[in-house]
Design a protein around this ligand. Sequence first.
Ligand code: ATP
Ligand code: MG
Length: 653
Amino acid sequence: MTETTEVYSAHLPGFQETAFIKGHEEYQALHKRSLEDPDAFWAEQAEKYLSWQQKWEHVLEYDFPQGKISWFGGAKLNATYNCLDRHIDTIGEKTAYFWEGDDPNQSLSLTYKELYQKVNKAAAALKAKGLKKGDRVVIYMPMVPELAIAMLACARLGVIHSIVFGGFSAESLANRINDCGAKMVITADGSFRSGKTIPLKNAVDAALPNCPEVENVLVLDRCGLGLTLGENESWWHEVMADPDLPDYVEPEPMDAEDPLFILYTSGSTGKPKGVVHTHGGYLLYAAMTTRITFDLKDDEVFWCTADIGWITGHTYLVYGPLINGLTGLIFEGVPSYPGFDRFWQVVEKYQVSKFYTAPTVIRSVAKEGAAMVDKYDLSSLRLLGTVGEPINPEAWRWYYEHVGKSRCPIVDTWWQTETGGHMMTPLPGVHELKPGSCAQPFFGVDPVIIDPDTGEPARYPNQEGVLCIRKPWPGMARTVFGDHKRFIETYFSQVPGMYFTGDGAKYDEDGYFWIIGRIDDVINVSGHRLGTAEIESALVAHRDVAEAAVVGFPHPVKGQGIYAFVTLNTGVGKTDEIKKELVKMVRSEIGPVATPDVIQWADALPKTRSGKILRRMLQKIAAGDIKEMGDTTTIADPSVLEQLIKERVASTA
Ligand code: ATP
Ligand code: MG
């Protein structure tokens, strides 16, 4: 199998001198210490990043087989005290958030002090509705500042928030509300997307008859739809304007191990899990990874494009930046509205320094050509990041050259909802960059590749296996809400004594890690194990290809065959000539064993609402098993799926 040997220097202008971690030697020494003496290492970080009301009794206690993990047990703190109160005297006038609306003419900014005032008001309002420590609130809102305010108001009271991404259907919403037993739902009348008004409250109305535990609904008037509210429903602006509400609410002292939030995974592989994160460990890990991975300086503007409804938004749009007193950007819109140049226009407008997005976004804008980027002055950018899926080297290079102008490092951050923050990533100024590799572990992270056949650690470079983590880190999830058994079964029983990630991976001669796809997606062709990411990268390297998804399907001779769904760039004709070229490319890039058996053109690929390709659905289409598609509630645009099924049926008819 061919290996990418392409390496980009770590020595990009500006980082060597000023980076928080100065060079590879310092990284290695610190990483070593973080594993050898985690108690001392993390106690130091905990003092540095957070303000505690009461110190811990122990730093770490754990028992993986029981799924028990405790960091800083006995310590007391509050998330919003750390995000807001402690900043007011020093940086109260600093911008906490810029907000840019879907409509380019709508924007605003909030200082730390303003955010603090609004969070206190909102906390007072929730308290007046009877909410208290340990209660659950589901937040189902568009990307507006009130979303962050609602979450922080919950955290101030010790109320556990569970954000459900605004794109989910009534059914998905009801499932999540009931799963966590929420007493209140906070929503908006609607949301704006690509210039259109999308109703949101409708879904809440449809969900609530099936959610007996919900007592109150709070509705933000985002779109002026003029809705009439029902009993136990109130307008956000009316509630907040109540003159009897106090301006200040005491932040609830929380044990480090008390839950901060529940968040459902994106569900690319099955029924979403209600992952629980804590007040202490999660916040520390969020704070440190934000600072170090992005090498964020106090005067920089950080734009994480993820929706707050995903873990990436929780950690890198809300908790991480605020704890560090940084300036973040919340963007309500999409990369394609009013035009495919929107992102770069926003970067220029706010002089964004560090930019963090997903491969799916990069591919979707790259598809429209580099001229869309070249129009703008992107000289404020200093670093780029990616998360969510393996990034194809082709997309990586496009991002590096056209967005970063070959002077910004790209941090390819591998992590999961369950890990709370970055687990593996290159650090700027420290790591050389290899397109498609997430480089090396963050501090405190001890990854290992396990051979699925023997259960033993991989013994040599490039041996593919399952990625596991040997030791706890502060940001790791503590349980699956209401189902600790599932937590143990999913993460701690596959490989005894380790955290099981479910991702296939390998490391190379330089100790760089490569994620090769979900373990369930590794295709076994005549005894050869092939990662879907590798084949997809080879396909996407073709100049006419925008995106590709590869899955296995039952093959009478080879065991599994290779089925590729390919999306071409805008304006390119779907010819057999291109199919032939694609086959040739895969054969020469990876080898004849990886030759696709079937290539199906796809105008678009089915994705989760967070933009991940839904391979389990493509597997069904490839297998011709199209009667029962399983749980389709996580899919963003069902018509994409219908189209693919129709064409699949037509091809065999
Ligand atoms: P579910 O667990 O319900 O199937 P999910 O795994 O898609 O959903 P997330 O927690 O949002 O939910 O995604 C984490 C997964 O995303 C990782 O396990 C990995 O497969 C993939 N991933 C994230 N970042 C990267 C990256 N930088 N490179 C490669 N893969 C990544
Ligand atoms: Mg997962």
